[in-house]
Design a binder for this molecule. Structure first.
Ligand code: GLP
Length: 241
């Protein structure tokens, strides 16, 4: 695991963007694994800038999100289907039909995990996976206790995650209880992983991920098993290392 400690979120975003740009430049049909949440936003801002000012094209790129709330329609402002478009993909030249998310419709949720795994495998896997991390060490929506071998499936969100994410909704009651999420083993299939975290609130999770034992109680610690992970953190998030 490579840990890069930067002075600011912008500096980390430039570093992460250079890794994404390498993949976008070097592959005929690159697949980007995109994460929602606030941590990757400076990276998306930098990629949008590179598209606008330097002509970096995403026209040949496919993108897959990590997870989706169950029960929010795709056009709901907080569905990850919509959020990733608002934050990134609508601002570059990626083909909207090539931006994939798990199907959060409750009527089809039972086999939605399996269908999403099929999408990932038909795309040939993820070239670079962007990740944030929850304060409890979750990645995507793999909450503590998730099997290290899990594949895409429905998970019940913890009270901690629902209250962390309530800021995006009108109230805690509006935060869905279930989500579809790529599993930990699904995430490990990505050829390269870039995890971004800033701020003191993430320090404990980062320390457990990097230096703790590999354990389902810190789902992100499974990344110790991956051969090509870069952790981009500021000094506050790195303060317990
Ligand atoms: C949500 C997402 C995760 C994200 C986490 C942290 O739970 N499912 O993918 O990493 O939030 O979000 P933030 O970066 O806003 O702290």
């Amino acid at each position: 695991m490579e840990v890069v400690i930067g002075q600011s979120a912008e500096e980390l975003a430039l570093y992460a963007a250079s890794m994404v740009r390498d993949v976008v430049r070097s592959k005929d049909h690159p697949v980007l694994g995109l994460a929602t949440g606030s941590s990757p936003l400076p990276l998306y801002t930098e990629l949008i800038r590179a598209h606008r000012d330097e002509g970096v094209s995403f026209a040949h790129v496919s993108a897959v999100t990590l997870d989706e709330y169950v029960g929010l329609p795709p056009d709901h402002p907080q569905s990850y289907h919509e959020v990733i478009r608002q934050e990134f993909t609508r601002h570059v030249d990626i083909d909207d039909a090539r931006v994939f998310s798990p199907d959060g419709d409750p009527a089809r949720a039972m086999d939605a995990g399996e269908r999403y795994e099929k999408v990932l495998s038909e795309l040939g896997g993820v070239d670079v996976q962007i990740l944030g991390i929850g304060t409890d060490g979750h990645i995507a929506f793999n909450e503590p206790g998730s099997s290290l071998q899990s594949r895409t499936r429905i998970k019940t969100l913890t009270d901690q995650t629902r209250s962390d994410n309530a800021r995006f909704f009108g109230s805690l009651d509006e935060v869905p209880i279930h989500a579809l999420t790529q599993g930990l083993d699904t995430i490990l299939d990505a050829r390269r992983v870039v995890l971004m975290a800033t701020g003191q609130a993430k320090a404990q999770a980062i320390a457990a991920m990097v230096e703790g034992p590999m354990s389902a109680s810190c789902p992100a610690s499974v990344l110790q098993w991956h051969p090509h992970v870069t952790v981009c953190v500021d000094e506050a998030a790195a303060s317990l290392l």
